[in-house]
Design a protein around this ligand. Structure first.
Ligand code: SF4
Ligand code: SF4
Length: 341
């Protein structure tokens, strides 16, 4: 499955180049007249300057309408308590960040109560797919390529697996990672409990304990612990969970009803979910389009300095891509690249 690519060359009109890219890649072939088309994107956490620029999304919305689709922008609420935790805050964040070119429907509802549990394969048995995504007729997945603390990088597979699932689906994926507290190092200071937004660790007989099923394996307490007593175990499981959840999300669509566009620009150390995404790790690369999440993510990794991404996260970035392929999501690990200069 080919990947079409426009280099990030600002001597060109990149909006026009992107149009040419969509045309050659057949990005909108998945849409039939009257389809309700989910434009799955990440509107960016408030304060993060690196999300996909709204004018690119505006153009995609326009093209969806041109072929007779009914586009709506969508994303799922976050599990952590920030500016996209519920539909009210999420919609306001979307508007502030410039996403007003189509209705923004929060896929899992006001408080993440709208989801469909579907069977999947791989490390998870089932996954909670956000309702508006499960009900859409077609989907254009717009991803921003960047680093990620737990999964090495974020692209189309992560956008499907984590981005198209409800609070419970996100928690299910994060809980595949373990957390261990070394009591030989722990001083019982309680910093982990203070740092955790849900105050989940407990200090029992002078040592921290964390047995809460609500723990989402965010790195906050790990980073805050002055004794370096907390660590993740089986961190690689999250990459497997992303692929497994992505498979479940795609099972809610008929064949050939999902298309992918990825922007490898402003490739920061951390993801768009943070208001402070860290330093830019490499030069801007370009825009990719494909009908496969495996191929489009593999194409990004081959063109990126992905060793830097691996080193920053201590995770093999290719793992989620290989896992998705192994689970049966169509695509190529070494895709045929067609460059549009
Ligand atoms: S922050 Fe670290 S040292 Fe302090 S109680 Fe928690 S685990 Fe123990
Ligand atoms: S990893 Fe630590 S900070 Fe994050 S939810 Fe779990 S206990 Fe709280």
């Amino acid at each position: 499955m080919a990947v079409y690519f426009v280099p990030w060359n600002t001597s060109n009109n990149l909006l026009q180049k992107a149009e040419q890219l969509y045309e050659e890649a057949g990005t909108f072939n998945c849409i039939q007249k009257g389809d309700l088309v989910a434009i799955k994107l990440h509107v960016g956490e408030l304060g993060n300057p690196f999300y996909v620029q709204p004018f690119f999304v505006h153009e995609i919305v326009r093209k969806v309408k041109e072929v007779g689709g009914k586009p709506f922008l969508t994303d799922s609420n976050t599990y952590y308590h920030a500016r996209r935790y519920n539909a009210y805050d999420h919609m306001i964040t979307a508007l502030i960040n410039g996403f007003n070119m189509a209705p923004f429907i929060v896929a899992d509802g006001l408080k993440s109560e709208n989801y469909r549990v579907v069977k999947t394969v791989g490390i998870l048995d089932e996954i909670e797919v956000s309702g508006a995504i499960a009900e859409a007729d077609a989907m254009i997945v717009i991803s921003h390529n960047k680093g990620h603390e737990l999964s090495g990088f974020g692209g189309a597979i992560k956008n499907l697996g984590m981005g198209c699932t409800s609070h419970l689906g996100k928690l299910r994926q994060h809980r595949t990672v373990g957390l261990e507290i070394d009591h030989a190092k722990c001083s019982g200071c309680g910093v982990c409990k203070e740092t955790c937004e849900m105050h989940l660790p407990e200090i029992i007989e002078g040592k921290a304990q964390n047995t809460s099923p609500q723990c989402m394996r965010c790195p906050l307490c790990i980073e805050a612990c002055p004794m370096h007593a907390i660590k993740f175990i089986h961190k690689e499981n999250l990459s497997r969970a992303l692929a497994s959840a992505a498979y479940g999300v795609l099972s809610t669509f008929k064949k050939d009803k999902v298309s992918y566009v990825s922007f490898a620009k402003d490739i920061a150390r951390y993801c768009d979910c943070l208001p402070n995404p860290g330093e830019i790790m490499m030069k801007d690369i370009g825009i990719f389009a494909s009908d496969s999440p495996v191929s489009i993510d593999a194409a990004f990794l081959y063109m990126a300095d992905y060793k830097s991404l691996n080193e920053a996260s201590h995770v093999d970035c290719m793992l989620q891509v290989k896992e998705a392929k192994d689970l049966g999501i169509a695509g190529d690990l070494q895709p045929n690249m067609i460059t549009i200069n």
